[in-house]
Write a protein that binds this ligand. Structure first.
Ligand code: PLP
Length: 392
């Protein structure tokens, strides 16, 4: 298998898997229990919290809240902050962007249905949020801005630093979905100036079902899950200590690998794009690689149905995706590609290639050779009735 679909999920690192097993054996107590087994798990949990805070450069370990993953972190941050800002300060404005993951767009739309005033920012052809529209929408009434750090489909990095500074001037809180950023760019909560940030372990070689919500101290927040005082009363539910232990190690390793191997992954991604554009007429890059995370490329092929091409690649042992991974069965282009201004045909012919630390130059060559053979063949055939689409 050649896995060029690592924005959907990453393979669990072997050392992380061992840590998951070790922590399951050693810290099997309930971290809320007052007896020795519980206290042991509770102490280890706090060690993990401090280690995560260190990697993210959070001022305090207590600003780290463990969750079940990116979707929960996004929902908790958006609902928790927006409702608290409304209750404490009477603010009802929410700003997001058109290219967010559904885990952000859906709670923002739900807030709108509850009387919040929602602005959805457009993006330019490269997928960068419209800062002018942002400045117009931002006001003393804004409760929350939620704009992602890096996009899952195109890899485009958003101007969060500027957006957070402007939100602060208006007294609004800013949350960023950084699920696709870890291991691909620095994620420093203080340097970014964000109030809240979401992470998901399975996007950086950790297990599925565990994540982080960073919540800056003092940020208004109403807990989204009720029923316990876990996680400083911000997230009720027995804490998944072994999964958190594995995620903590995965986060440390991903940051280390980014520093050591990030340039090599970027070089492979750039080589893939260069060869595909040179060898396949009618292949185009969506966006601008200089504005993207180091591992992602979104490429469209004229006259080809992306779902069909994915299926043929899969038969050759090559994994890629179209749009986002959670949309495997959808036949329409994703909302992200549409927001970029791509037509239905352009979006439908787009594939996402997302590389990881284990990919090699030989794999790039094999993928390019296979595409160079398949694309002209598929152009001779009409689009099939059923198609495959992408994930994550
Ligand atoms: N946000 C982004 C940008 C994502 O890519 C994903 C996953 O695909 C999520 C949120 C959801 O994360 P999780 O799979 O941990 O629920």
């Amino acid at each position: 298998m050649i896995n060029f679909d690592q924005n959907a999920t990453t393979p669990v690192d072997e050392a992380v898997l061992q840590e998951l097993v070790r922590a399951t054996r050693e810290y099997d107590g309930n971290s809320s229990s007052g007896h020795s087994l519980g206290l042991k798990a509770g102490k280890f949990l706090e060690d993990c919290r401090a280690r995560v805070a260190k990697v993210l450069n959070a001022a305090k370990a207590a600003e780290i809240v463990f969750t079940s993953g990116g979707t929960e972190s996004d929902n908790a941050a958006i609902n928790g902050i927006a409702w608290a800002m409304r209750r404490q300060q009477g603010r009802t404005g929410v700003i997001t962007s058109a290219i967010e993951h559904r885990a952000v767009l859906a709670p923002c739309e739900w807030l709108k249905s509850q009387g919040f005033d929602l602005t959805v920012l457009g993006v330019d052809r490269n997928g960068v949020a419209d800062l002018e529209q942002y400045r117009e929408a931002l006001s003393r009434k804004t409760a929350l801005v939620s704009v992602m750090l890096a996009n899952n489909e195109t890899g485009t990095i958003q101007p969060i630093l500027e957006m957070a500074a402007e939100a602060r001037r208006q007294g609004a809180a800013l949350h960023t979905d950084a699920v696709q950023a870890v291991g691909k760019m620095p994620v420093d909560v203080q340097a970014l100036g964000v109030d809240s940030l979401s992470l998901s372990a399975h996007k950086f070689y950790g297990p599925k079902g565990v994540g982080v919500m960073y919540l800056r101290e003092g940020t208004p927040y109403l807990p989204y899950t009720l029923g316990g005082t876990h996680e400083g009363s911000r997230r009720a539910g027995t804490v998944a200590v072994p999964q958190i232990a594995a995620m903590t190690l995965a986060l440390e390793l991903a940051e280390k690998k980014r520093k050591e191997k990030g340039d090599a992954v970027r070089a492979l991604r750039d080589e893939l794009v260069k060869q595909v554009l040179a060898r396949i007429p009618g292949a185009h890059l969506n966006g601008d690689l200089s504005k993207c995370t180091l591992n992602t490329a979104s490429i469209r092929f004229d006259g080809v149905y992306g779902g069909y091409l994915l299926r043929e690649l899969d038969k050759q042992g090559i994994l890629a995706s179209a749009g986002s991974a959670c949309m495997w069965e959808r036949t329409k282009p994703s909302h992200v590609l549409t927001a970029l201004g791509l037509s239905e045909a352009e979006g439908g012919g787009t594939l996402r290639f997302s590389l990881g630390f284990c990919n090699t130059r030989d794999e790039v060559n094999k993928v390019v050779d296979t595409l160079a053979r398949l694309v002209p063949e598929l152009r001779k055939n009409p689009a099939p009735a059923a198609a495959i689409q992408a994930t994550g």
